[in-house]
Write a protein that binds this ligand. Structure first.
Ligand code: SF4
Ligand code: SF4
Length: 399
């Protein structure tokens, strides 16, 4: 296992972290026996960073069991405060539950989960989240405080600059090099001395299972025999600014492949030829997209609160998923725009066509027209009803 040093506190962290969001399932829940074997195999092979979240169904409870027998003390444990459920500063309620589920007295890396904009961040600051977290750091219940981010670069910078963070986590992979926080965000955080953890290195499996034939050929032309996950993970590890990446491993062969790669993939190990293959593949993959949105976020000041780049992300995604996965893709959209956030739905269909956003778009995208098409592709009376049911369930479960 190759380890990288947290520049803030000297922790030696495995460059492969285990993300516990896609563990193998049995019936309606996690397959404890199989998942425990996977997690322990990874730890026995050198993985020392395990990531979960309050909102990953059953994951924290599972880890509370899987990390028994001394495994808890072999690793750094990361979990996240579910901002989406918090209305009035009830941070303790969720944090205490997390400690109880995980059967631990401290979280080594604690994240404010899913920040997307500075305004959203400020709303939690106004509820006292920072005082609360600092108090828990003094008590040793939180060791490092950070946040996970899914928004535009400009918002990321504002949040990074707002205080002295211990770490941050961003989405990063070869097709998102200039998307969300992107390379500029990664480098900015690194220059400020922050460890940067990477999520979605394979874009939720898309860069493993759904790479178009022409893009695969671009890779094969440079080096034969590498799997698509290997191409994806190597690209992330090639960056000196990356502290570790999280892989949501869900079977034995993924664990074996990732462990083998994490032993050999070093910083700056990709050749110029290989780097050009990524560029070519990215052009092919991105060329197949419906809306050429770069995720810059200049359009985000929408009076209806629509996260326009996130909508376009889902819209672009739905064009490339296999027929059998369309409903799941639609549900991911419904979850992000409604179920897992506070307040009213922020669906593409709530656009009032004021045109304010279009004045700011450097790509010249006809946002109103594209949102209309996105609404047709992503929303239906059926999925909206499912969204309402899921919202009621999530709200009810977490009161
Ligand atoms: S046109 Fe629609 S998306 Fe754009 S700012 Fe107005 S309401 Fe928001
Ligand atoms: S729609 Fe335009 S302004 Fe908005 S994030 Fe995409 S590229 Fe940027």
């Amino acid at each position: 296992m190759i380890y990288r040093v947290n520049p803030k506190n000297g922790d030696k962290l495995s460059q492969l972290g285990f993300g516990c969001m896609r563990l193998p399932r049995k019936g309606a829940g996690i397959d404890y026996e199989r998942s425990t074997a996977l997690v322990r195999k990874a730890i026995d092979s050198g993985v020392n960073y395990i990531d979960t979240a309050y909102i990953y169904p059953g994951s924290e409870e599972f880890l509370g069991e899987a990390l028994k027998d001394g495994y808890r003390d072999k690793i750094k444990l990361a979990t996240k405060l579910p901002l989406v459920f918090i209305k009035n500063g009830e941070f303790d309620k969720y944090f205490n539950k997390e400690l109880e589920r995980l059967k631990t007295d401290r979280i080594d890396y604690y994240l404010l989960h899913m920040l997307t904009s500075f305004n959203q961040y400020e709303s939690f600051v106004n509820m006292g989240v920072l005082e609360w977290a600092e108090d828990n750091k003094r008590k040793g219940r939180i060791v490092n405080l950070g946040f996970s981010f899914h928004g535009a670069y400009s918002e990321f910078i504002k949040i990074i600059d707002a205080r002295e963070w211990d770490f941050c986590m961003i989405q990063y992979n070869y097709i998102d090099e200039n998307h969300q926080a992107g390379k500029r965000g990664l480098q900015y955080a690194y220059k400020k001395g922050l460890p940067v953890m990477i999520m979605e290195p394979l874009r939720g499996g898309k860069l493993a299972n759904e790479v178009p034939k022409k893009a695969r050929e671009a890779f094969e032309a440079v080096k034969r025999g590498r799997s698509m996950p290997e191409w994806g993970l190597r690209w992330v590890w090639n960056h000196p600014e990356v502290t570790l990446l999280l892989s949501g491993m869900s079977n034995e062969s993924q664990v074996a492949e990732n462990l083998a790669l994490a032993n050999i993939a070093t910083v700056d190990s990709l050749s110029q030829q290989e780097l050009s293959a990524y560029k070519k593949a990215t052009e092919i993959i991105r060329g197949a997209v419906k809306v050429p949105c770069t995720g810059c976020g200049y359009c985000l000041d929408c009076p209806k609160g629509i996260n326009i780049p996130a909508v376009f992300d889902h819209y672009n995604e739905i064009g490339s998923v296999a027929a059998g996965k369309v409903l799941m893709a639609k549900m991911r959209y419904i979850m992000e725009m409604y179920v897992l956030r506070s307040g009213e739905p922020r669906y593409a269909s709530v656009c009032i066509k004021c045109g304010k956003c279009e004045k700011h778009c450097p790509q010249g995208i006809n946002i109103r027209q594209q949102l209309e098409k996105a609404a047709v592709a992503l929303e239906s009376p059926f999925t909206r009803v499912l969204g309402k049911i899921a919202k009621a369930f999530v709200g009810g479960k977490n009161k």
